[in-house]
Design a protein around this ligand. Structure first.
Ligand SMILES: [Zn+2]
Length: 144
């Protein structure tokens, strides 16, 4: 690096002089105001929180209970949520799981809590040994 002001080779500092930023050597830098070059603190970047949500183990039971409380039929609820009745049935039986997005809609619709933070990362899902680790809801849905 060489000084933008006097051309001297050597270490320079980013310096603002009369509103202009220069790479200035030690002596030129004295005429200006040092510009802090500390990188702006990175915003704490959290994963998409949705990715960390999983269905509770007892989601099928929660769905059945919520439906009976609501006094609605599977067909009613499926219609209200815009899904097929067979899909709703598979959620209640536990053979399939709603996506997180759908589960959120169901939660609002029936005032229940279906999702929880994914804490299975360390304990595994208890299916298929070690290969079960890291399964997402999406993976589970694809499995028939
Ligand atoms: Zn200089």
């Amino acid at each position: 690096m060489s000084c933008d002001l006097c051309g001297k080779k050597g270490p320079t500092k980013l310096t603002r002089i009369e509103g202009v930023a220069y790479d200035a050597c030690e002596s030129c830098a004295r005429h200006g105001e040092a510009i802090k070059t500390v990188a702006p603190r990175k915003q704490f970047s959290r994963h998409n929180p949705d990715e960390q949500l999983i269905l509770r183990n007892n989601a099928p039971k929660l769905l059945r209970d919520a439906r009976s409380r609501s006094g609605k039929t599977q067909s009613d609820l499926a219609k209200e949520l815009g899904v097929k009745e067979s899909e709703w049935q598979s959620w209640e039986s536990g053979s399939r799981s709603p996506t997180v997005a759908l589960a959120k809609r169901i939660e609002k619709h029936l005032h229940i809590s279906l999702l929880q933070e994914d804490v299975t990362e360390n304990i595994g899902l208890g299916v298929g040994g070690s290969s079960g680790a890291g399964l997402t809801i999406g993976d589970l849905i694809k499995r028939k």
